[in-house]
Ligand binder design. Structure first.
Ligand code: HEC
Ligand code: HEC
Length: 269
């Protein structure tokens, strides 16, 4: 780790040296990202598409990985930690370290990610207060989601979903559930399964699975464990979500209100 840091410092120093030669800049308070120019950021964008977009979306809007179009990221305190995260990942999460692009490439990606945080804020399309009511009543969302401690945790917790996800992602979650399925360590976290045993048919979400057994959470939130030998049929429905599509249930305006409510959920209750 220390060695990586040192090499970044070396890159930083040489970049600074080059800059002060050509542009006469002498400020010492710069980060290694401040010296990147436009073509570096363009290169960073290309590398981002290759190495990061499959989890963070083509424009960093989020998917399996976090939405990066935000001025403040949870794990990032400064440019240094950003570079560190890109090279080493975030232990205990689905965020892997990336070595492929090399040191220069990582700096370019980091510069591009930083520029994403400076895009204008997304404007909620509807009314969050109305959306909150629709969420709890007509939408029936608390049957499957927890917000600030209330609801049932069949789907992902939404208390900070407005922090983690961008506008487009949230819209898509309601119109086409299953299009962006969250995953843990590359394994679909909310895989819908149907299985048949001597006792009958059960549909739910896979909680855990190994070679001998599978655990499933049914729609009431109850967890069932099955020995694989007792299962007659096991169907895993990749890309299918237990979450209903809301295009018909909710009018366009109501959808916009619910999306605005979700955008307002930032993790502080
Ligand atoms: C295999 C999927 C995956 C890949 C590939 C990936 N990430 Fe991530 N990334 C994640 C996940 C998941 C998180 C959220 C970690 C958490 O907070 O639980 C994350 C978090 C982050 C964060 C911190 C966000 C925050 O809110 O603090 C940054 C920055 C980031 N990724 C940038 C990148 C960049 C840049 C690349 C490409 C070099 C990349 N990631 C590649 C999955 C991925
Ligand atoms: C029958 C259970 C169920 C209901 C009802 C339900 N959801 Fe979901 N929801 C899920 C599941 C499961 C997922 C996980 C991804 C998937 O399978 O599509 C999910 C995913 C999501 C996501 C994406 C979260 C993320 O971090 O990626 C959002 C946002 C969401 N739901 C919002 C809602 C809203 C708003 C409502 C009500 C209008 C609702 N859900 C109703 C089960 C449900």
């Amino acid at each position: 780790m220390q060695r990586v840091r040192l090499t970044y410092e070396a890159v930083f120093l040489s970049a600074l040296a080059v800059l002060s030669c050509f542009a006469g800049v002498t400020s010492g308070a710069q980060s290694s990202l401040d010296v990147l120019d436009r073509s570096d950021l363009e290169e960073g964008q290309k590398l981002f598409r290759v190495h990061c977009a499959r989890c963070h979306g083509m424009k960093g809007q989020g998917g399996e990985g976090a939405n990066l179009n935000r001025p403040r990221l949870k794990h990032v305190t400064d440019d240094e930690t950003l570079i560190q995260i890109l090279s080493s990942g975030i232990p205990g999460t689905g965020m892997p370290g990336t070595r492929g692009p090399g040191e220069k490439g990582l700096l370019q990606i980091a510069g591009y990610v930083r520029s994403l945080g400076r895009l204008p804020r997304e404007i909620p399309p509807g009314d969050a207060a109305r959306g909150r009511v629709i969420y709890a009543t007509k939408g029936g969302c608390p049957a499957c989601h927890i917000v600030n401690g209330s609801g049932t945790g069949i789907g992902p917790e939404l208390s900070d979903v407005g922090q983690r996800r961008g506008l487009e992602y949230l819209k898509e979650s309601l119109l086409a559930p299953g299009a962006n399925q969250p995953s843990r360590q590359g394994i679909a976290a909310y895989l819908a399964v149907r299985l048949k045993t001597g006792a009958g048919l059960i549909e739910g979400m896979r909680v855990n699975e190994d070679a001998f057994s599978i655990q499933i959470r049914d729609l009431d939130g109850t967890i069932h464990s099955f020995d694989k030998r007792e299962i007659e049929e096991l169907e895993k429905v990749f890309g299918h979500s237990l979450m209903p599509a809301y295009r018909i249930v909710l009018a366009e305006e109501e959808l916009a209100d619910v999306v605005s409510y979700l955008m307002s959920l930032k993790g502080e209750s």
